[in-house]
Design a protein around this ligand. Structure first.
Ligand code: PLP
Length: 358
């Protein structure tokens, strides 16, 4: 079966009769250290808040984000995961045409198409390391697009476009009258490369951020958008109310002030990413791409008999989930993506991969 997203633990558990707790999920890129310490206690303590509607303005969370990023509250809007904004942005700004840098997260396109936007692609490829040729991209913008989507670091490749180069694109997009949506769902490991502060320079810039991956709370659904205050006001006026639940607001606000957890997560991911990448590269027929995120993209050459869907299915039977990348635009069936997880889990992954492709 083709799947647009990773993280289908319950489905695999049902299909293969494997206990959910025994499944190791490398298909969703969630912090292997789990949520910050104290989250369970907070949820229990705050539980009765569900008797009321959540704070419609997510006041405490927006204040926390404002402090965390040193950006005024008026430039921030919180949502039910960053995915929510992939649907609101097209509804609010009504773009007629969009350019998406691919391969990319499928929700950009879904959100755009529901609003009737015509979608075009700027395809990056493995031979060029999936990097974006900035000049070529700017030239393409001349075709006249109302909106562009660019994920940095990119998912599923992990490739980082340096901030200065991205700002060149945003500046060029401003000239062509193109709204630039930069998805920074995985920027937490290279925060210094974020373009968020460029919202003060560019009125056409919208930055999407997710709290679900880095802070290990995908089930609580918290994300946000940063843009000029007029842009934020426009989305806020149109967006449906109360989409961020009260427990999510509280947990996310607290998480931002847990400096130790944030530091430990960064250190852990960077060290384990290095370990996992080296181990994957040693498997005959495998090649990985340098990643700035908490996942690694792997290419399998023709020496590997299985394609990415077959590999995914074989590993699923063993209780290991990987992200088959064949559903990403233009990727074919030789790529898969794995999340950086706990050291001992990575060792199991490497062992199983070696067995399965033998
Ligand atoms: C590139 C990218 N952006 C955004 C998201 C969505 O994140 P959220 O959980 O905040 O909706 C994902 C989820 O996988 C993603 O891969």
């Amino acid at each position: 079966m083709k799947r647009d997203h990773g993280g289908n633990v319950s489905e695999i558990s049902r299909r293969y009769g494997i206990d959910e707790n025994k499944i190791i999920d490398f298909s969703a890129n969630i912090n292997p250290l789990g949520y910050p310490p104290g989250v369970k206690e907070t949820v229990i303590k705050e539980f009765d808040s569900i008797l009321n509607y959540p704070d419609i303005d997510s006041f405490d969370l927006v204040s926390g984000l404002s402090k965390y990023h040193d950006i005024d509250r008026d430039y921030i809007l919180v949502g039910n995961g960053s995915t929510e904004f992939m649907y609101w942005i097209p509804i609010v700004f009504k773009p007629r045409s969009a350019l998406i840098v691919t391969p990319a997260f499928s929700e950009y396109e879904k959100g755009l198409k529901i609003s009737g936007t015509e979608v075009s692609y700027f395809q990056t490829d493995g031979e060029n390391g999936f990097s974006v040729d900035i000049d070529r991209f700017c030239k393409r913008l001349k075709d006249g697009f109302d909106i562009l989507y660019f994920c940095n670091p990119a998912n599923p490749t992990g490739v980082l476009t340096p901030k200065d180069e991205l700002c060149r694109i945003i500046a060029y997009a401003e000239e062509t009258g193109t709204l630039a949506v930069i998805d920074e769902a995985f920027i937490d490991f290279v925060e210094e490369e974020s373009v968020m502060k460029a919202i003060f320079r560019f009125s056409n810039l919208i930055v999407l951020r997710s709290m679900t991956k880095f802070f290990g709370i995908p089930g609580l659904r918290v994300g946000y958008v940063m843009a000029s205050s007029s842009c934020i006001a426009k989305i806020r006026e149109n967006k449906s109310p109360w989409t961020v639940n009260s427990l999510g607001q509280r947990v996310a606000a607290d998480a931002l002030s847990d400096r130790n957890y944030i530091r430990d997560t960064r250190q852990y991911i960077i060290a384990e990413r290095e370990f996992l990448r080296n181990a994957l590269n040693e498997i005959p027929g495998f090649k990985t791409y340098k990643s700035a995120a908490n996942f690694i993209l792997v290419f399998m050459n023709s020496r590997v008999a299985l394609n990415s869907t077959e590999l995914r299915d074989r590993l699923a039977q063993e209780g290991i989930l990987i992200r088959d990348c064949s559903t990403f635009q233009g990727m074919g069936d030789r790529y898969f993506r794995v999340a950086v997880k706990k050291h001992e889990q990575s060792i199991i992954l490497i062992k199983k991969l070696r067995e399965v492709i033998k």
